[in-house]
Design a protein. Structure first.
Length: 316
């Protein structure tokens, strides 16, 4: 009978254990959450910096505009200009800047960035914009000489494109610079070009007084003396930002899900008797030992007809 009672209790314990709440079940999603978090951290600290390094490497490989010189219209890195030509360049620019806010710059280097004509034009426009050659109104003209590959070109700002069109600049270069540049008389060719360009610029400004007033010339002179060039640092690509934002959203959703699931698990656990163990183990049942010796029934008296009482023999 004791064995049957114990087996019944065990079956009851198993039934209660199946219906009860297992705290371990609430932590089954923890490995998945930790794995996702580890992957996200690996991406942020390994893949994302690698992508940024590649992007910054590409940006560093692209040509950068040199630091703005003290005389914004004179950048002779290749050392081609004589003091006489530099003095003439200063005088021409002082007169044009004071009257009309116009500047003519000379830019000489050993090798210009890029090899394509359009890309070189874009680079020179970046130089004019960052150095503020001709001020904010674009009243500037730049002549660039690249010695190693025997190339030269001129670019006009937006304020002077009415006079210095592409065809006009080509004609001016062919007339004033081509012969001397081929003979490697760079200084002579530059001086001829600057003199002719200054004359054309002065005639154009005088013919359009409504566009080149003294007040505007003063403002152009003031703005050209301020260095507004600011190099932009490498930025994150939009795809990388979107990917990081998506990862944060997914991580937040997963964390909120498991947090909510943990709260529900703890709430269910409070309703059970045993919170820590899914199986109820009651105390072991004790079976009272029964006497097998039969009892002796004795009457109260010989004549009594009363109730019999149990009496056990003494000393037996």
């Amino acid at each position: 009978m004791a064995a049957k009672l114990e087996m019944g209790l065990q079956k009851k314990e198993e039934a209660i254990g199946v219906q009860g709440v297992n705290p371990v079940r609430g932590r089954r999603g923890a490995p998945f959450f930790l794995a996702f978090f580890a992957f996200f951290v690996f991406f942020c600290w390994d893949l994302a910096p690698a992508a940024l390094a590649d992007k910054s490497g590409l940006e560093e490989a692209s040509p950068t505009v040199p630091q703005r010189p003290e005389e914004v219209f004179l950048y002779d890195q290749a050392g081609l200009l004589s003091e006489e030509t530099k003095t003439a360049l200063r005088e021409k620019n002082a007169d044009l800047t004071e009257k009309y806010g116009v500047q003519i710059a000379v830019y000489t280097v050993d090798t210009l960035p890029y090899t394509d004509f359009a890309q070189r034009v874009g680079f020179l426009r970046s130089v004019m914009e960052q150095w503020q050659i001709g001020g904010a109104g674009g009243r500037g003209l730049i002549l660039a000489l690249s010695v190693s590959d025997a190339d030269y070109l001129a670019v006009a700002g937006s304020g002077l494109q009415g006079e210095f069109t592409t065809e006009a600049l080509k004609s001016l270069l062919d007339t004033c610079l081509e012969a001397d540049f081929s003979a490697k008389s760079y200084d002579t060719g530059v001086q001829k070009f600057v003199t002719s360009a200054a004359e054309k610029a002065q005639a154009y400004c005088a013919a359009h007084p409504e566009m080149f007033t003294p007040q505007e010339a003063a403002s152009q002179l003031e703005s050209s003396g301020v260095n507004l060039a600011k190099e932009k640092g490498p930025g994150l690509g939009p795809f990388l930002w979107v990917l990081l934002a998506l990862g944060l959203v997914v991580l937040g959703c997963v964390g909120a899900f498991f947090f909510r699931y943990g709260q529900m698990t703890r709430r269910r656990s409070r309703r059970t008797v045993h919170r820590r163990s899914p199986v109820i183990r009651p105390a072991r049942a004790t079976v009272t030992r029964q006497e097998t010796r039969p009892s002796v029934q004795v009457k109260a008296g010989s004549r009594s007809t009363g109730v019999y009482r149990d009496r056990r023999p003494r000393g037996r």
